[in-house]
Design a protein around this ligand. Sequence first.
Ligand code: DC
Length: 238
Amino acid sequence: MNQDEPFFSNSVPVLAIDGPSGSGKGTISRRVAQHLGWHYLDSGALYRAVGVSAMKQGIDLGDVQAVEACARRTQIRFADDAKGEARVWVNGEDVTDELRLETTGAAASAIASMAGVRAALVQMQHDFRTGPGLVADGRDMGTVIFPDAFCKVFLTASAEERARRRYKQLMQKGVSVNLDSLLGEIVARDERDASRPLSPLKPAADAVSIDTTGVAIDTVVAQVLALVEKSGLLPEAS
Ligand code: DC
């Protein structure tokens, strides 16, 4: 490797998609990755996995040292099951369903402000960068983890719209929730993610912001793919 290059740089292209919870990042990133035939990193799942791991071990989430040690020990594995559905294992246990709970999201947000937790997850995120390319979704993909990403997108949407989306998702799963309390939780989580000193939720200076309020998923996917195409990195369509 060239001595002048930062240690994280390699030639595999990364598309970084950051944004707050409910901005559509997950769905859009997955669709874009599928379209391009690239790998997909759901970095939020790593923070959620550490949160679940700590809670299962009865660790107090306010005990920074204990949570950081837990993050270093936690074994996280992503794999498709026999039906081809993406599952996540933490310390050998399938925790896919627990991972999506609101309580897990809140725990993930709380522990994500700890330096030792973030440090423990850096290498794991870099390891996802394998050919032909990576779509990385999170809060700090374009700013901290993959600052050399060739294309950076920051997705936003009003807090009300994001709460409505999450409400619909949870209702479809049969989880009954109150829309107002969901909105309160989303605003509180954004505030915590955006105001922490370490890797806060914010667009990279070279990111393109897309407001997805009232915009269909397919339209946003097409906008992101157009940005990727504009970068000239993809082979010409025949
Ligand atoms: O994207 P998500 O809702 O699954 O993320 C859960 C929490 O994890 C989020 O509130 C903040 C944290 N997180 C982070 O700090 N950095 C990331 N790259 C991804 C998630």
